[in-house]
Design a protein around this ligand. Structure first.
Ligand SMILES: [Zn+2]
Length: 274
């Protein structure tokens, strides 16, 4: 297939899956546009392995977000955004992977440089998946999370909070993406590949927690006094005041940083084993 043909096929598949995501309330309309862009470019330049990794991440993450329980709903109520992903969330989770896929497509004449870039793209998705799994599975924890930096107990859903259940789920979520992108494992032996994608999942979750507990902006709602990720508490609709972290680093920025770490891990591992 030529690049144009791959773009067309990618757009058709990404369009169909994104519209299903919209019907399932997993995406906002802006999220649909971003998901079509991410899906089309990843498939056209990164091939079936990167595309499969992104699709499985999206489907599994959306399914987990729909498992409802009292504790999970409470945890989500203090997070900045709901389970319906907007364009910023889609780009934060899939942007780095898409850039790696495009770089791999450009480098594809030289398999030695394309292989590690494909590994980087898939490990970026594995990091996003590990973070999503630790959040969604960890929301079912019967014990309150502890802040990753000082291990003090915090309210469920607080950025930077970790649970044992969520931490165990993170490498599982990462390895699932490794299995989805198995077609790309030529860059290293299968056992190493599954290990690296599991490690990317764990790293994505831990980096998200550490940045969430330190640099990510936290805002106090003047209406109810609650400290949360969003500048404005949905429900009270009053602009909050910054109590910790930096104003410009929100959850989307933290997610993007976690996927960048996953991409570096995948790239360096593939280079080392190439
Ligand atoms: Zn409030």
């Amino acid at each position: 297939m030529s690049v144009l043909e791959r773009l067309a096929v990618g757009a058709l598949i990404a369009g169909a899956i994104s519209l299903c995501g919209r019907l399932m309330r997993a995406l906002t309309w802006s999220g649909v546009v971003a998901a079509v862009l991410v899906g089309t470019l990843s498939f056209a330049f990164g091939g079936i392995a990167v595309a499969a990794a992104i699709v499985i991440f999206f489907v599994a993450g959306s399914a987990l977000a729909r498992l409802r329980s009292g504790s999970a709903d409470r945890a989500r109520s203090i997070a900045a955004k709901g389970a319906t992903r907007d364009a910023y969330q889609v780009i934060a989770n899939g942007g780095i992977a898409t850039l790696c896929a495009i770089a791999a497509g450009i480098a594809s004449a030289d398999a030695r440089s394309a292989g590690p870039l494909i590994a980087a793209a898939i490990c970026a998705v594995a990091a996003a998946s590990g973070d999503t799994w630790s959040t969604e599975v960890g929301a079912f924890s019967q014990t309150a999370p502890r802040r990753v930096t000082d291990l003090r107990r915090v309210e469920a859903g607080t950025s930077g909070g970790v649970t044992l259940l969520g931490t165990i789920a993170a490498p599982v979520g990462g390895m699932l993406i490794g299995i989805a992108g198995l077609a790309a494992r030529a860059v290293m032996p299968i056992g190493a590949w599954l290990g690296v994608t599991a490690a990317a999942g764990l790293a994505g979750s831990l980096i998200d927690s550490v940045l969430g507990a330190t640099l990510q902006g936290q805002w106090r709602c003047p209406g109810c006094g609650r400290v949360q990720d969003a500048r404005c508490h949905r429900g009270c609709e009053m602009p909050g005041t910054l109590v910790s972290g930096v104003a410009w680093l929100d959850n989307d920025g933290v997610n993007a940083a976690a996927t960048a770490a996953g991409a570096c891990l995948g790239y360096l591992s593939a280079m080392a084993m190439h």
